[in-house]
Design a binder for this molecule. Structure first.
Ligand code: GLU
Ligand code: ZN
Length: 493
């Protein structure tokens, strides 16, 4: 065990996205690498935007990914509760302490007044931030504001000095004092904001390393200043946490990958049948490299070598093709029984199986898997590739040829080919791949002198329903004599 404590602390708004998963993975890997603690905290203090569904999805997503947390929801830990919505009294108390000690103050400015003054600052070519108007209000002014019925927000008093820290990823980062004005930590309604609750919990939960996206860089000087105040009033006991900002992820057209981009939704990956192993492997490459040109590794292998110091500060490019191809590599590592298990939910959802496979169906699946495993990049592709094997069985859907494929391939010209194939196959004494292949080659290639594509294309579409299928002769063997011949006969008609 080490004293490293990292946290993943999403807000439960909307669907989990890959940027979030990358942050979770890097924190997890750092905790595992150092023998430290991975804390999972839910930042749900914004009741207008947070949802219970999103909270459940977050837990479910981390579980699906296999990113196990040492402290957090449903697991517990020494700093319970880990949902900020259940810690409101803690924040109220800290806010009061900050007010009493002068580290924070009440600000009575209205939105309109603030906007007006920001505008004036812009016109005067000054930095348009909060101007500190309420820093030192007299008692009379306070009484006056109150009598006007104004309710104040709580603002944190930033030190008037520049702020520098050594970022674990970016090296020394400096924010000039004028760019970090006093900021709101509690709304006029009494609701505490991210600006307060996030650093307060980092302190109370004894977080040592804050690894998060670069979009949060500008909140770091504020959080460090707040940390110093908490230290001064005895709330913080340990050292300042160290900060490391993970690089931006760029999508299409070199724009930042946005939550609205389809390839950013974690749900999409689950629906299409990416393996958690494949997705995590790819996301690990966004800003980090294993070394030795190695691009294929598990999250546990990543954890053995992961160091924040080696995260690259440059933006990372998101490449869905590469992600998919790595996923294909992961699919090829699964043994047939495991792949069958992972495929099953997709086969059920795709209407290929009506429930868990029977022993017979499982046997067919296990026979067919070696034929498709090489070509599959997602589990969902297995539905299209394998569906034909399970149709026309008791309790399953009836077989249908894809109408577009039928129009393209099952033309008038194809009819004599199919007739010859049917005759050749009907005459077979033994139904196995070698015999099927020999019979079709003799009848179609040798006797009719057809090119392989012209010869086998119609047979393939007739029995599998598609032009892209597992290898033809093996497929016919697994499908069996009866259904193969019936389908060719149906296509002839
Ligand atoms: N709840 C914040 C978010 O979702 C956490 C940011 C942080 O890691 O400090 O962006
Ligand atoms: Zn004010």
């Amino acid at each position: 065990m080490s004293n490293v404590r990292v946290r993943f602390c999403p807000s439960p708004t909307g669907n989990p996205h890959v940027g979030m998963v990358r942050t979770a993975l890097f924190n997890w890997a750092y905790a595992r690498h150092t023998g430290g603690t991975f804390v999972f905290r839910i930042e749900d203090t914004d009741s207008a935007r947070d949802s219970e569904q999103s909270y459940t999805d977050l837990l479910d997503s981390l579980r699906w990914l296999g990113l196990d947390w040492d402290e957090g929801p449903e697991v517990g830990g020494p700093h319970e509760p880990y949902r900020q919505s259940q810690r409101m009294d803690i924040y109220a108390k800290v806010a009061n302490q900050l007010l009493e000690t002068g580290h924070a103050y009440h600000c009575y400015c209205s939105q309109d007044e603030l906007e007006e003054r920001r505008e004036a600052a812009r016109e005067a070519n000054k930095t348009p931030g909060y101007d500190g108007a309420c820093r030192n209000l007299s008692n009379e002014q306070v009484i006056d504001f109150k009598s006007q019925g104004r309710s104040p927000v709580v603002r944190f008093r930033m030190p008037d000095t520049d702020f520098t820290w050594t970022d674990l990823v970016r090296g020394d980062v400096t924010f000039a004092a004028e760019h970090v004005p006093d900021y709101v930590i509690v709304r006029a309604t009494g609701e505490p904001l991210y600006t307060l609750v996030n650093p307060v919990d980092d302190v109370l939960m004894e977080i040592t390393h804050v690894l998060r996206g670069e979009d949060l860089l500008s909140s770091t000087p504020r959080q460090l200043a707040l940390y110093d105040a908490l230290k001064a009033i005895g709330v913080a006991k340990g050292e300042r946490p160290l900060y490391g900002h993970l690089p931006y992820v760029m999508g299409e057209g070199n724009k930042k990958l946005s939550k609205r981009d389809p390839e950013s939704s974690l749900l999409m990956y689950r629906e299409e049948g990416y393996l958690p192993e494949g997705l995590l492997n790819y996301l690990a490459l966004l800003g980090w490299a294993f070394g030795e040109d190695r691009e294929f590794f598990s999250k546990d292998e990543m954890a053995t070598v992961f160091d924040v110091a080696r995260v690259n500060a440059n933006p990372a490019r998101f490449d869905l093709k590469k992600c998919t191809s790595i996923n294909g590599d992961w699919i090829r590592t699964l043994d047939p029984a495991e792949l069958a298990k992972r495929l099953t939910p997709y086969l059920i959802k795709g209407g290929v199986l009506s429930g868990q496979p029977s022993d017979e169906q499982l046997a067919v699946l296990l026979d067919a898997i070696p034929l498709v495993q090489e070509r599959m990049e997602t589990l969902k592709q297995g539905v299209g590739m394998l569906g034909f094997l399970f149709a026309d069985q008791p309790g399953s859907a009836s077989f249908e040829v894809d109408p577009i494929e039928a129009e393209k391939v099952l033309t008038q010209d194809a009819q004599p080919v199919l007739v010859a194939a049917l005759n050749a196959l009907s005459a077979l004494a033994e139904w196995n791949t070698a015999a099927i292949e020999a019979a079709l080659r003799v009848a179609l290639i040798e006797e009719m002198e057809l090119k392989p594509k012209v010869a086998f294309g119609p047979v393939r579409v007739a029995v599998t329903g598609r032009r892209v299928s597992p290898p033809l002769f093996e497929s016919l063997e697994i499908l069996g004599r009866e259904r193969s011949l019936a389908r060719i006969a149906a296509a002839i008609k």
